[in-house]
Design a protein around this ligand. Structure first.
Ligand SMILES: N[C@@H](CCC(=O)N[C@@H](CS)C(=O)NCC(=O)O)C(=O)O
Length: 214
């Protein structure tokens, strides 16, 4: 079965990390092909022919090839509804998607590798400016999520079950640590992330557990 499912991946990609978590949560086997983003492999002809967007993750599932992590996660949810990462009624699912999108749409795109390279190489920004930029946009996303985490009646962002919002949270927390962000202002998120990282699906998806980790 895993022969039918191939994830174009990179150990440090937080967008690919989300997809790895969902595949693991749903117990779906998959093979991985590493696209070395640090070496620029995302711009290689072979990968660009497959995925003109030139970014990971990219999932091949049988006859289907898909990019965009949230689209992939929702595709997997529709194909394999249990356990659900979008539980509840339309309103609840809307809230879960909104929290996930704070990270995936409002924070992550501003801190992506190509954006940071553009700031550095084309706009001649120094390391300090890059760090200030990076931390600023993470903070704008983590603040409202900290409120959500504090108000949650369960161990995860939306109560007792792991949802798409948690799937986006842990990779973002990993990323923030990697760029030495001070996480003291977000104690509820730090605790929530610790609980999430105790789950097998999250452990197996963490960057250092990937074969291409260096
Ligand atoms: N919105 C996309 C973002 C994908 C993305 O930006 N991936 C990054 C790694 S986390 C990437 O491949 N970057 C390569 C580049 O910017 O050149 C998603 O959620 O899948």
């Amino acid at each position: 079965m895993s022969g039918d499912r191939l994830l174009y991946d990179y150990w440090r990609s937080s967008a690919a990390y989300r997809v790895r978590i969902v595949l693991n949560l749903k117990g779906l086997e998959y093979e991985q092909k590493s696209i070395n983003l640090a070496a620029g492999a995302q711009s290689g002809v072979g990968f660009k022919m497959l995925n003109p967007h030139g970014r990971v993750p990219y999932l091949i599932d049988g006859d289907t090839g898909l990019n965009q992590s949230l689209a992939i996660c929702e595709y997997l949810e529709e194909r394999h509804p249990e356990p659900s990462i979008l539980p509840g009624d339309a309103a609840r699912r809307g809230h879960i998607r909104a929290a996930a999108q704070i990270i995936a749409c409002d924070v992550h795109p501003l801190n992506n590798i190509s954006v940071l390279r553009y700031l550095k190489n084309d706009l001649s920004q120094e390391e300090d400016a890059l760090n200030a930029w990076y931390h600023h946009w993470i903070d704008t996303g983590l603040r409202p999520l900290e409120e959500l985490a504090s108000a949650s009646k369960g161990p995860y962002l939306f109560g007792d079950t792991v949802t798409l919002a948690d799937v986006c949270l842990s990779p973002q927390m990993y990323n923030a640590r990697r760029f030495r962000m001070n996480l003291e202002p977000y104690p509820a998120l730090v605790e929530m992330d610790k609980r999430l990282m105790q789950l097998d699906a999250f452990q197996a998806a963490r960057p250092e557990a990937q074969e291409d980790a260096s």
